[in-house]
Ligand binder design. Structure first.
Ligand code: SF4
Length: 283
């Protein structure tokens, strides 16, 4: 795939059309040339109207003004304005979608600026039939180098959390809102999340888990379309298109603030109960 970002309006439009095509939104515009013509209203001759109208004062006849002949101006093709799809646009489930097909559609993605600084795309990893999906914000340095999610320090802590639940990483699926590392590990910009997250939505639909755990606010905002703070939405069952969703703190936050592990463990125990895993008491 050509990795040069689109420059001209036409190239940008073509890139958006390819993007919609990748999301299986093929029929997102209507070709007006193929639309049936509107039934035109039958015009009533002016004379007929005049005969019905009350007699009007006779108008003074004005001399005709001589106009210079109007030159035909060349038609400039106008490209339609297409704004970036919002994170709320893709709501349709695609029947029979698979992770392989989603990965294929993603390709060597250049849809947002994050591609310019990434080393590897971090698509996601784990069990394709997982009952539980963890969703983080975006890849960090180690993830970018290896092309795998949550393999750095925060990833090691996530692995411990998963094992404390009585599971292994192979039994769950792990993905992020954006699949390329934001420079300096900054938070993804809204347009970057909006462009990338439809692929995450497709991954979730394809796996159809029993529960989703959002690690941090960025993941929660992407899936729940909420502006609430993490303290408001953490630790309770929420709904993501009919699937139970739990928001908890990101492992990177726990590395900076270890006492918050207690709250995360409380959240994970609720997930364990839902999945029928034996809930352990931690003193
Ligand atoms: S972050 Fe997502 S949308 Fe942006 S370039 Fe990477 S894969 Fe493509």
């Amino acid at each position: 795939m050509d990795s040069t970002p689109p420059q001209t309006p036409r190239e940008k439009l073509e890139a958006w059309l390819r993007y919609y095509d990748d999301l299986n939104l093929g029929a997102f515009y209507t070709d007006r040339r193929t639309m049936p013509k509107r039934a035109s209203k039958k015009r009533v001759p002016v004379k007929a109207l005049a005969s019905k109208a009350p007699a009007a004062k006779k108008e003074v006849e004005r001399p005709a003004i001589a106009h210079a002949p109007v030159k035909a101006t060349p038609t400039i093709p106008v490209l339609p304005v297409i704004s970036a799809p919002s994170m709320f646009d893709v709501t349709e489930r695609i029947d029979g979608d698979t992770l392989e097909r989603i990965r294929e559609d993603l390709g060597e993605c250049t849809r947002c600026r994050l591609h310019t600084t990434r080393n590897k795309i971090v698509f996601g990893a784990g069990n394709t039939h997982a009952q539980l999906i963890f969703v983080g914000e975006g890849p960090g340095r180690d993830e970018d180098m290896q092309g795998l999610p949550f393999v750095g320090r925060a990833g090691k802590l996530l692995t411990q959390m998963i094992e404390a639940m009585g599971l292994t990483r192979d039994q769950v699926y792990i993905a992020n809102v954006v699949k390329c590392r934001p420079p300096e590990n900054r938070k993804p910009e809204e347009d970057e999340s909006a462009t990338c997250s439809p692929f995450l939505y497709r991954q979730i639909d394809a796996i159809a888990p029993k529960a989703i755990v959002c690690l941090g606010l960025t993941a929660a905002q992407s899936l729940l379309k909420t502006k609430d703070s993490i303290s408001k939405i953490r630790g309770q069952w929420l709904d993501y298109r009919g699937t139970k969703l739990m928001v908890t703190y990101h492992p990177a936050y726990l590395l900076r603030n270890p006492p918050a592990k207690r709250e995360v463990w409380d959240d994970l125990q609720k997930v364990m109960a839902l999945l029928g895993l034996k809930v352990k008491k931690v003193s």
